[in-house]
Design a protein around this ligand. Structure first.
Ligand code: PS7
Ligand code: MN
Ligand code: MN
Ligand code: MN
Ligand code: MN
Ligand code: MN
Length: 363
């Protein structure tokens, strides 16, 4: 029955599986392990959001061009024959949009109870993306100012993915009906992944003039004071200028404490799951995120180059992330590594201790 629903016998669905492998190293494995319909449904959900994100990310498209495409994307995505060839040659996933006919063909084959969820989430995400892109393009407001704004952006681009997949678990009958209504917890799951990605990719994003770190965190005067009486940071790229290393690490620590505050909600979510394949899909990216946070914490290399967890560490996390108890222990182990590397001079030290203490308590 796996093969009855995976679509391996249709060229269009085979191309979609190829696109999944080409566009996602982190999700393709766990998506393919999902049972029954869910593997194909989540693969298509992934490709829809990958297509939308590729348009959002393309800084070579003008705002005039981008706005209508973003705001109509939920309709364009299911329009037979629609394709998008105008992404710049540097957009690594542009080919999905060029060959979108295979994706729309498969979307239109989906059971409406799945397609409706995918379309609903896409419409909400595209609106959030369009609003942020428009503001960045038309005002001199380059930075996200407050933590509230930062949380709202993460809700749009990742918390909604958590909501969407959770509603898909319920719709498939593989998890309880009421799980789809646990929006706080599903939002925390996505937000934790997005914030970790935003921290790790700081240098890469800054070089593309994309700034996600909120001023409410990086602009704090205490970080300058704690770095030997220096003035507060006024522009984000100052964080990788020589001489600001110490201050950069306190800011980084402030960003990491903020993510750790979502860890217990993620553990609460994972405890509600009952199907093994759904559990692995949800848990593996979260333990990878904890490993990434531990790699980044107090590591100035992150400001200089792309850093990634080792292949062997990733492989070990895939094998060990099998049940809520073991996942909580993995969270606790990384949280202890982080705390052990924290310095009492760090203005975030107390907050960090509290966040780590809550993870200890959860276990
Ligand atoms: C539908 C599986 C499991 C309850 C394309 C999975 C970019 C971090 O741009 O590609 O390369 O820096 O490394 C994924 C919650 C979303 C949130 C979001 C859709 C978890 C478009 C993933 C993935 C919910 C917006 C990938 C959020 O990062 O980023 C499906 C539960 C896409 C999940 C983006 C980021 C995902 C992300 P980049 P990545
Ligand atoms: Mn990526
Ligand atoms: Mn994006
Ligand atoms: Mn992206
Ligand atoms: Mn990124
Ligand atoms: Mn990027």
């Amino acid at each position: 029955s796996e093969h009855a629903t995976s679509g391996w016998d249709r060229p269009s669905m085979r191309r979609c599986w190829e696109f999944l492998d080409e566009t996602s190293r982190s999700f393709s494995g766990v998506i393919k392990e999902l049972e029954g319909d869910l593997a194909r449904v989540v693969c298509l959900f992934y490709l829809v959001l990958r297509g939308l994100d590729t348009i959002e990310d393309d800084m070579t498209l003008s705002d005039e061009k981008k706005q209508p495409i973003l705001r109509q994307f939920h309709k364009l995505a299911v329009t037979p024959g629609w394709t998008f060839t105008e992404c710049g040659p540097n957009e690594k996933d542009r080919q999905v949009l060029v060959e979108w006919t295979v994706v729309s063909e498969e979307l239109n084959r989906l059971d409406p109870r799945y397609l409706d969820i995918i379309i609903d989430i896409t419409e909400k995400m595209q609106t959030g993306m369009a609003d942020y892109a428009h503001r960045a393009a038309t005002t001199d407001k380059l930075y996200v100012e407050t933590i509230d704004e930062y949380n709202l952006y993460c809700h749009y681009v990742a918390g909604l993915v958590g909501e969407g997949v959770t509603r898909l678990w319920s719709a498939s009958g593989k998890e309880a009906d009421w799980l789809g209504d646990q929006l706080e917890l599903s939002n925390a799951m996505g937000t934790m992944l997005q914030k970790t990605n935003i921290i790790r990719d700081f240098r890469e994003d800054a070089e593309e003039r994309r700034f996600f770190w909120p001023r409410e965190i990086w602009g704090r005067e205490v970080y300058g004071k704690a770095a030997g009486g220096r003035p507060a940071i006024t522009e984000l790229p100052q964080l990788y200028e020589p001489g600001n290393e110490k201050q950069a690490l306190w800011v980084q620590s402030g960003m990491i404490v903020d993510v750790l505050c979502h860890a217990c909600d993620s553990l609460d979510y994972l405890r509600l799951l009952t199907k093994q394949s759904v559990f692995c899909f949800c848990a593996i990216p979260q333990t990878m995120a904890m490993a990434t946070l531990s790699l980044c914490f107090m590591n100035y290399d992150m400001f200089k180059r792309n850093i990634k967890i080792r292949k062997a560490e990733a492989a070990s996390l895939i094998m060990k992330s099998t049940n809520p108890r073991d996942v909580a222990f993995i969270f606790r182990d990384y949280s202890r590594l982080i705390h052990a590397r924290a310095s009492p001079e760090d203005p975030n030290f107390i907050k960090l201790s509290v966040a780590c203490g809550k993870i200890e308590q959860w276990c």
